[in-house]
Design a protein around this ligand. Structure first.
Ligand code: CP
Length: 316
């Protein structure tokens, strides 16, 4: 099957963030992800045949790591899942030297998650041939998460232009929020940010071209999509609210609070969820909650990105 959209996205060689991608670039990625998702696995298994893809996760991950591995495997790639506990990182080898070592062995795509914000922008120019994919950098960007979130919204509504998206929670520390909002704005969504000022400072409104509201009920009332963020305790150098119980009381999405949203509204969460903090069990079990669809779309989007970066898109 040949993909119908004429121009490939402007990924250049790496995928570091979503800021350089146009609406047609994003649509192209979604169309390709959709085609790969729906394709016969036996027919699409060759586009990365002979390509080595390395997964370097310096921070913990379930969804991103496994879905990149599944995506690469499904496209026929060899995957190298570097175990940092037994690698030379334990002897003090820098990530740059590790990346260059893997590149010299013929690894074509490096998928890297790291706790240092901005690391990928520094690492990419060191690579001679390999493509770098940002699988999350500190509080910086998480581009494939932003893409899978938007694909999930597009699946539900058909288009994103004009949709009202309420992004709620720890936006200041969230790489998910940065990538998601960047793509949503490019696609024409109206974005409202909601959270306490310690997590959603006023200056984010201008930075994101978004409206800020403080009461979750006000954010929910007009939302087509409710995008919750994980409370990232590991990135908070000092507490941003008195207690988890206080956060749940004031901002957590309970079934009672969800009732303020229109009946057609959907709920997204990147995972892993802090159950009973930013989201209640009852909401996670509600049919309007699309977390499982997000996770499934993670494989499709990552197939599209790997295929495009490897130049194998024509085989889709
Ligand atoms: N959403 C996300 O990045 O999840 P993981 O940390 O499990 O990869």
């Amino acid at each position: 099957m040949t993909h119908a959209t004429p121009s490939p996205p402007a990924l250049k060689r790496h995928l570091l963030d979503l800021s350089g991608l146009s609406r047609s670039d994003l649509d192209h990625i979604f169309d390709l992800a959709q085609a790969l998702r729906d394709a016969d696995p036996l027919r699409d298994a060759s586009s990365l045949c002979g390509t080595a893809v390395a997964l370097l996760f310096y921070e913990s991950s379930t969804r991103t790591r496994v879905s990149f591995e599944l995506a690469a495997t499904r496209l026929g790639a060899h995957t190298v899942n570097l175990d940092l506990d037994t690698s030379s990182a334990r002897k003090g080898e820098s990530i740059r030297d590790t990346a260059l070592t893997l590149e010299a062995m013929g690894v074509r795509i490096l998928v890297v998650r790291h706790g240092s914000t901005g690391l990928h922008g520094w690492l990419a120019p060191a690579l001679q041939r390999a493509a770098l994919v940002n699988a999350g950098d500190g509080a910086g960007n998480h581009p494939t998460q932003g893409l899978l979130d938007c694909l999930t919204i597009r699946d539900e509504f058909g288009a994103i232009d004009g949709l009202r998206i309420a992004v709620m929670g720890d936006i200041l520390h969230s790489r998910v929020a940065r990538s998601q909002i960047t793509a949503l704005k490019t696609l024409g969504a109206k974005v409202t940010l909601c959270g306490p000022s310690s997590m959603v400072p006023e200056q984010l409104a201008e930075a994101y071209g978004a409206t800020i509201v403080r009461r979750p009920e006000d954010a929910l009332r007009n939302a087509d999509v409710i995008s919750l963020l994980r409370i990232q305790l590991e990135r908070q150098s000092q507490p941003l609210f008195p207690s988890l119980a206080e956060y749940r009381r004031l901002y957590g999405l309970s079934a009672r609070r969800l009732a303020y949203a229109p009946p057609h509204a959907i709920v997204l969460h990147p995972g892993p969820a802090n159950r009973g903090v930013e989201i209640d069990d009852e909401v996670l079990g509600d049919p309007r909650c699309k977390v499982s669809k997000q996770v499934g779309n993670g494989v499709a989007v990552r197939m599209a990105i790997l295929s495009t970066l490897a130049g194998g898109e024509r085989h889709v």
